[in-house]
Design a protein around this ligand. Structure first.
Ligand code: NCD
Length: 292
């Protein structure tokens, strides 16, 4: 049985094949591929996009969705995560999608269940479907001609599972990554690093802005988000009329990550990412559930 815990779980060929289906699913039509199947979502961390995106994806393929409300579940009565998982598994879902604040939880749970586990984000570790939808958005924009394209990933890279998954995935398709962040948000990766946005802005095709992950900071290591914004917010003054695209996984801190004006600029792909996210999750669900 296959799981999707990190982007490493799929080969490049498999990803390109997923993208073929993803493209078809952009028509937003209802399908019956997963009729009779059931998909369970269990999100121990807040989510607006990812959970509803998976649920929309499952329903669009004809599956039933069981959304476990964690605040009302037995986890809040002291049941261990493994017992919760084993009990969910006993109801024989076709796939379980899990988000958890601790890295490694989806991987461990895969040993306790009999269906594919899909990681909807675990701690700082990985968020594979987000990176897949980011790559798909880039591929579509550049007509699949992405080798040598340059991306600047900007923000709280050290604490971001979205950055971690993109750092694994994008170079596999020939995309060149630079990291841009203040020192306290900079990870230890052996990769090009810049501490000022203006030092890279003339030399990139894609900007990926990330939210400051305040919930993962034990102690704040910076003065204020406004100080951060002064140096790292994507503004019109900064991008001028450059031929670039701007990505952000959401939730966006407006005027800290990206200015209001840039959010509605044609070069901002933020809502296209959300649309693509449903289609990529349809492709992932279909692959993992039907190819067992
Ligand atoms: C991201 C996440 O939860 O990792 N959001 C998302 O899934 N769209 C990014 C974030 O929370 O900053």
């Amino acid at each position: 049985m296959r799981h999707l815990i990190t982007t490493k779980d799929f080969s490049n060929d498999e990803i390109l094949e997923l993208f073929k289906y993803t493209k078809e699913y952009l028509d937003e039509k209802e399908r019956n591929d997963l009729k009779g199947k059931s998909v369970t979502t269990i999100f121990f961390e807040n989510s607006t996009r990812t959970q509803s995106s998976f649920e929309t994806a499952a329903r669009r393929l004809g599956a039933k969705v069981l959304k476990l409300d964690v605040s009302r579940s037995s986890s809040s009565k002291g049941e261990t995560l493994f017992d919760t998982a084993a009990n969910l598994d006993a109801m024989a879902p076709s796939a379980i999608i899990i988000r958890h604040k601790n890295s490694g939880v989806p991987h461990t749970l895969a040993n306790y269940t009999h269906c594919p586990i899909i990681n909807g984000g675990d701690g700082k570790h990985a968020h594979p479907t987000q990176a897949l939808l980011d790559l798909f958005t880039i591929m579509e924009h550049f007509n699949y001609d992405v080798i040598g394209k340059k991306i600047a990933i900007i923000g709280d890279i050290k604490n971001s599972r979205v950055a971690a998954s993109n750092l694994e995935l994008l170079p596999r398709f020939g995309i060149d990554i630079s990291l841009v962040a203040p020192p306290h948000f900079m990870p230890n990766y052996p990769i090009k690093k810049f501490y000022k946005l203006k030092d890279v802005i003339d030399d990139v095709d894609i900007i990926m802005s990330l939210r400051t992950q305040t919930e993962r900071h034990n102690v704040p290591t910076y003065a204020s988000l406004q100080d951060y914004a002064n140096d790292f917010c994507i503004t019109k003054e900064l991008i001028k009329d450059k031929n670039i695209i701007i990505l952000h996984p959401g939730p966006v801190h407006r005027n800290i990550d990206i200015s209001d004006e840039v959010m509605v600029d044609k070069r901002s792909k933020v809502l296209a990412q959300v649309k693509n996210g449903v289609a990529i999750r349809m492709a992932v669900l279909k692959k993992l559930i039907l190819e067992r």
